[in-house]
Design a protein around this ligand. Sequence first.
Ligand SMILES: Nc1ncnc2c1ncn2[C@@H]1O[C@H](COP(=O)(O)O)[C@@H](OP(=O)(O)O)[C@H]1O
Ligand SMILES: [Mg+2]
Ligand SMILES: [Mg+2]
Ligand SMILES: [Mg+2]
Length: 345
Amino acid sequence: MSYDKELAAAKKAASLAARLCQKVQKALLQSDVQSKNDRSPVTVADYGSQALVSYVLQQEFPSEFSLVAEEDSKDLRKDAAQELVERMTKLVNDSLASDGSYSVTLSTEDILKFIDSGKSEGGPEGRHWVLDPIDGTKGFLRGGQYAIALALLDRGKVVLGVLACPNLPLTSIRDQQSPNDEVGCLFFAEIGGGTYMQPLDGSSAVKVQVTAVENPEEASFFESYEALHSKHDLSSSIAEKLGIKAPPVRIDSQAKYGALSRGDGAIYMRLPREGYREKIWDHAAGCIVVTEAGGVVTDAAGNPLDFSRGKYLDLDTGIIVTNQKLMPLLFKAVRESLEEKASSL
Ligand SMILES: Nc1ncnc2c1ncn2[C@@H]1O[C@H](COP(=O)(O)O)[C@@H](OP(=O)(O)O)[C@H]1O
Ligand SMILES: [Mg+2]
Ligand SMILES: [Mg+2]
Ligand SMILES: [Mg+2]
């Protein structure tokens, strides 16, 4: 089955949302930051991006629409958020107008409804869009990496994914010469069709592949910038076992999956603290972008990620990503390190 029409819509929605986010990041004001009850930050751009993507997808697929997305409008309906909602409404309307294909002016209530249409629970039946309107909000606030991550599930499987990474250099992050290098990448993948990357400004796409490195000593690895999101000491001990020489590359968001899909690095390890439950929007798009580029994504027990169980990914311990050749070595090092840790407790 082809998902070409869905992929085209997803690319358009994510690119428009990326433009909105870039505009906000440039003019970031402290008051744009709200605090959700889980204490993770969320900005006018997270909400605006979700409203925009939800609107575009509903225009393109009016009859069959289900969206599992990270944000909801609860905090925005409080009096204190009124100014933020008005500014966000203007941002979304300006972004839609700049595209030219939608002649519409949405009201604040429309916008809140589009945000709330992301409340689907997903699951193993039918089709569901999966959206992280800004993945890596902390990176976004720091001026670092972030991604607009959009995927489509069909009967529980990820069948397409798009990652817009507005701050990711077009060339490998390993050989960055100057801070002026061009940035803004759009990664996209459809099941069975490979992974492509194009500049966010719309010029032509190139096919990408994960690295062919087989010797772990030559590999480099990615992990979260935020030490709270992934145990840096554990990944260091795994890297040491593998003989990896290069220091870890710490970047925010699913930009890690994008960078890995084009071979900027060989390994991504995500080892959250006990009790943390991963959400599908944090991995669905990244997972297909890497697997279609020839990579492998599993949990720490070697199982593929199961996106069919609702909004949570119930997995064993963490997520590991690399190419086919290195996976057995990485898996072994991860198991040994986890066992050593368990026996030292
Ligand atoms: N304690 C924790 N452990 C692991 N991941 C966490 C976490 N707290 C938040 N996250 C997730 O980590 C994501 C960012 O990924 P990364 O660590 O790769 O930059 C966040 O996405 P959002 O920024 O969309 O909220 C959030 O879902
Ligand atoms: Mg968040
Ligand atoms: Mg996220
Ligand atoms: Mg997010």
